[in-house]
Design a protein around this ligand. Structure first.
Ligand SMILES: [Zn+2]
Length: 109
């Protein structure tokens, strides 16, 4: 459980350092947007092109591209090129599990 930590900003062993807090906050911010939730949930199920995402979710391509850039900056999605098409998929098992758990939470009675 205990990891070596040389961070001088680390006050106590139980507290979180600033960088960790920043990443956690950014992650919940990323998940705090209905459009990004829809995109990530779709990418949980299948790899998709921008076109496919736009069609499946009835969004404009520019809106999808904008959100994918945001998610890619946080390394929550990745892409690969196949010919002229770029395919997106989710890139973090932790975050996708948080999302799917939260969806399950919203759906249970
Ligand atoms: Zn629950």
């Amino acid at each position: 459980m205990m990891e070596e930590n040389e961070d001088m900003n680390h006050d106590t062993e139980n507290d979180l350092d600033e960088e960790t807090l920043f990443v956690v906050s950014q992650t919940f911010k990323a998940l705090g947007d209905p459009t990004r939730i829809r995109i990530l949930h779709l990418l949980y199920q299948q790899e998709c092109s921008v076109n496919k995402i736009a069609e499946a979710l009835n969004l404009s391509q520019s809106s999808v591209s904008h959100q994918l850039r945001f998610l890619k900056n946080l390394r929550l999605v990745k892409n690969r090129r196949a010919g002229t098409t770029i395919y997106y998929s989710h890139d973090d098992e932790h975050v996708i599990q948080i999302l799917e758990q939260t969806i399950a939470h919203a759906l249970h009675t």
